[in-house]
Design a protein around this ligand. Sequence first.
Ligand SMILES: [Zn+2]
Length: 144
Amino acid sequence: MKRTYAACESCGKLNAVPLDKAGTPVCGQCKKPLAVHGAIVEVTQGSLRKLIDGSKIPVVVDFWAPWCGPCQAFAPTFEAASVEFAGRAVFAKANTQAYPDVGQAHAVRGIPTLVAFFQSAELQRVSGALPPDQLKAWLVGLLD
Ligand SMILES: [Zn+2]
């Protein structure tokens, strides 16, 4: 079963979330809905920290903002990759307009920026809206 990981915004518990179950996943501890849409997890600074520290698989974060045209254009590419690479990495989106502290905490200067983390450490980052084939090549290099 393919799984992703999401930290609950209400109680902080890190949940393993099955990706092939229908409906909105809920937190195993407080039963509140988790911010998981398809194979993408929406994160804030607090939930991203817990995710980076607790996920059993690498975490790939798309730092974006609603006002950013290239970010909007990149969204379908990221979503397609989240489906193709489901179970091999957590695909997360951090809205730097709604949560400026999440971008600041990771020294994100331009968006979109992708940052990959594993076991509490940053592995790699890449800036700009990558075309699908370049994103795929980057992920293969990262995850294989
Ligand atoms: Zn909870």
